[in-house]
Ligand binder design. Structure first.
Ligand SMILES: *Cc1c(COP(=O)(O)O)cnc(C)c1O
Length: 467
């Protein structure tokens, strides 16, 4: 509230505001941000404090300078930067999901910094087909007729639905047990609506029968959609028809059966680690799914992308849909995805040997992690912190295999002279941006998701945060 009766009071209060110019000169050297950005940030902060002072709050110049400096440092930290993932969550959505392997990274650099045959046919010298090689490689890997890729799985789903529904034939049948939220607040019913589809829910939360699907089929039905329960599970009195049964029903009515699979595991996850079997796109297609849709940057371990595989006629139709142009992949995604897919094709017999990072992390032995943990903690200051090596549990994360936890190893830190929260923050704000996880009294650094080549940086970060 502006107290008009007391202009002198306001004037003297506003005198506490530092000048943007002066503040910028003194703080610009503390962060490596472009100067115009520093100026903009500080101007906004000072404006904010001006409003607070006018609203009769009390702030001294010292306070304002301190808060502004802190805000600027935090803003600088929000710049996209590498972090060390010591959470034990393999595909951490907040930490960028799957890391690309070295082979994909090398290809990325070459294509990104030069010219390429993106849409150019070298033999004829004429305009060429974008992603032609990748699409064939994907179809080969998926053991299906055709495939394509777009920006992400959600886009692939919207695109597929838009293509397969039409005026007067826009009903999409989905089981009530599959109306999931896929993350970031996006839900299947909303995605359907965006796509111009009309949702027809069938069954109950725990049980859906084949006759539920059958009863829902009308002349307006466009397709049947299955959504993989990738980020949760239901248990108890549950049941649903097998895919081949739903496929037969759909095909008897000349309807496509589409599955949004989510993770896109190309390997038998249960053979690589003591975890659940995640259905693969190949299995879905073999069981009668006409089009399968999944993410490129979950268990597949490639770049963010959405892959659609299945029947040639449907893939061709999808590629002709105008919306395809709006969600197509750029050359950086196409090249990294191409590397990821080629690697699977080359190391089919033993995918853990490829450089798909999430798979190599998944396959690491507990003994190896333990040895690394011992090397890291050797010589760390223990006067004010209790440091031990513990058996821990890692998780796939990224909305895949919600039931799976598998053995891992963590460094456990119990600080005696500072709070756990403070120690965790110190490590996050350290040069290596080390992110672990905390319980009430301890901080854990799980090694399952830490690259061995960054172990020395983990050690350095711990050393300075503990001393
Ligand atoms: C993760 C997930 C998606 C979304 O994938 P994005 O690549 O993030 O768009 C869609 N459906 C299911 C079932 C998922 O698990």
């Amino acid at each position: 509230m502006i107290t008009l009766h007391d202009p002198f009071n306001i004037m003297s209060k506003l005198a506490a505001l530092p000048s943007v110019e002066k503040l910028a000169s003194s703080l610009a050297s503390e962060v490596s941000l472009p100067r115009p950005l520093v100026n903009l940030f500080l101007r906004r902060e000072i404006d904010r404090f001006r409003q607070l002072l006018l609203a009769d709050e009390n702030h001294t110049r010292e306070e304002i300078e301190k808060a502004t400096r802190q805000g600027l440092l935090e803003f600088a930290n929000s710049r996209l930067q590498p972090v060390i993932n010591a959470t034990g969550i393999l595909i951490h959505t907040n930490l960028g999901r799957s890391p690309l392997g070295p082979r994909a990274a090398t290809a990325l650099e070459k294509i990104a910094t030069g010219y390429s045959n993106l849409e150019f046919d070298l033999p004829s010298g004429a305009r060429g087909k974008r992603a032609g090689y990748l699409e064939t490689a994907l179809a080969c890997l998926l053991e299906t007729e055709a495939a394509t890729a777009v920006n992400n799985c959600a886009a692939a789903l919207v695109l597929t639905l838009r293509t397969l529904v039409e005026e007067g034939k826009n009903e999409v049948i989905v089981s009530r047990s599959e109306l999931v939220e896929i993350g970031g607040g996006f839900r299947i019913p909303e995605i359907l609506e965006t796509s111009g589809a009309k949702l027809v829910e069938v069954g109950a939360t725990n049980k859906t029968h084949l006759h539920d699907y059958e009863k829902a089929i009308t002349p307006q039905t466009a397709l049947i959609l299955k959504v993989h329960r990738s980020n949760f599970y239901i248990d108890g009195f549950i049941g649903e028809p097998e895919i081949p049964e739903i496929a037969k029903l759909a095909h008897d009515h000349k309807l496509p059966l589409v599955e949004d699979l989510g993770s896109g595991a190309m390997i038998n996850t249960d053979e690589l680690a003591p975890i659940e079997h995640e259905p693969t796109p190949q299995e879905c297609l073999r069981r009668g799914i006409d089009l399968v849709i999944f993410s490129g940057d979950k268990l597949l371990g490639g770049p963010q992308s959405g892959i659609i595989g299945g029947r040639t006629d449907m893939i061709a139709k999808i590629k002709k849909e105008p919306f395809f142009r709006a969600v197509r992949c750029d050359k950086l995604i196409l090249t990294t995805l191409q590397e990821s897919i080629d690697q699977y094709l080359e190391t089919k017999a033993d995918p853990a040997r490829s450089d798909v990072t999430v798979l190599t992390f998944l396959a690491k032995s507990v003994d190896e992690l333990k040895t690394r943990a011992e090397t890291i903690i050797k010589g760390l200051p223990t006067e004010s912190t209790e440091i031990t090596i513990e058996n821990s549990l890692a998780r796939p994360g990224g909305g895949t295999m919600p039931r799976s936890e598998f053995p891992s190893v963590a460094i456990k830190l119990i600080p005696k002279t500072q709070s756990v929260t403070k120690l965790a923050k110190k490590l996050r704000l350290s040069e290596s941006a080390l992110v672990g996880y905390t319980t009430d009294d301890a901080l854990f650094i799980d090694l399952r998701t830490v690259f061995p080549e960054t172990d020395n940086r983990v050690k350095d970060a711990l050393e300075s945060a503990l001393s």
